[in-house]
Design a protein around this ligand. Structure first.
Ligand code: ADP
Length: 262
């Protein structure tokens, strides 16, 4: 299974460093969530992992190889990355968009092969989109559109799936639908790394958490290790009260207050 790690990774925009010196190994075969305040560098970090942004310093390694030395298609065969701003592709059907996931495997203009069609169909099945495959994206609800992007990433057939805020604009039921889908995909063997703002979803659906503040990785651990009053105070400047999810050992935040001074 593909291994993803960084050493001393710093990333910036126009020489202004916004992600600072991160050395981390993303746990294989687990769901890891990156949490932290807005503007702390989460999206920037994810983009560098998928080689969308180049590091200012340090390295990203896929299976021990520096991503800077790998070509785009090779990276895309290992990591599928979905960003919040996935553009609307007007006029294309769901099936055509999902077929884009096979792009890293095309040679020249050879077109889709039998194996490509099989993977596209499997991705449509897994995301329950078979009945919608002839529809164009813009005719779908937000939750359905999110499933289309996930299907495209699944068709890419990578070990690692990176998602930036996959549930942000969805209502509670559709949030759960996407998170349960990701959990299922993870059970089938994929490593998932995502950013998520809802702390309780982060706890419930993640095996591991990374806490990022002002461009620094300030802690990492299981939800049980991370959901302490001190750590959430440090990360978000909130004073949190905790409970435990019934029939599980997952911590929940039942309420929190702002802390102005500490
Ligand atoms: P997060 O995902 O945690 O909200 P981001 O990675 O989006 O944080 O942003 C980290 C910092 O980098 C912020 O200060 C943001 O303003 C800055 N930033 C993000 N994207 C760009 C960009 N394209 N150009 C310049 N600065 C950017």
């Amino acid at each position: 299974m593909t291994k993803l790690k960084t050493t001393d990774l710093s990333i910036g925009y126009n020489k202004k460093i916004v992600v600072n010196d991160i050395t981390v190994e993303i746990p294989n075969g687990q769901i890891t969530s990156l949490i932290g305040p807005n503007g702390s560098g989460k999206s920037t970090f994810l983009k560098a992992l998928a080689r969308i942004l180049d590091p200012a310093k340090g390295e990203v390694f896929i299976d021990g190889e520096n991503v800077q030395r790998l070509d785009t298609k090779t990276v895309a065969q290992k990591i599928a990355s979905l960003s919040q701003t996935s553009s609307q592709i007007n006029g294309l059907t769901v099936e055509e968009i999902v077929a884009y996931g096979r792009f890293p495997y095309q040679k020249g203009f050879s077109g889709l092969k039998e194996q490509d069609h099989q993977l596209i169909n499997w991705a449509l099945e897994a995301t329950n989109l078979q009945k919608l495959k002839e529809r164009t994206l813009t005719t779908l609800s937000g939750g359905q559109q999110q499933r289309v992007w996930i299907a495209m990433a699944l068709a890419q057939d990578t070990d690692i799936l990176i998602l930036d805020e996959p549930i942000t604009f969805l209502d509670p039921a559709h949030q759960l639908e996407i998170l349960e889908l990701l959990q299922e995909i993870n059970r089938q063997g994929k490593t998932i790394l995502m950013t998520i703002h809802d702390l309780n979803h982060a706890s419930r659906f993640s095996d591991y958490l990374l806490g990022m503040k002002k461009g620094e990785l300030i802690f990492q651990g299981t939800p049980k290790e991370i959901f302490t009053a001190d750590k959430l105070l440090n990360l978000f400047d909130i004073q949190a009260t905790f409970a435990t999810l019934p029939n599980s050992d997952k911590p929940l935040v039942i309420a929190y207050d702002l802390v102005k001074e500490h």
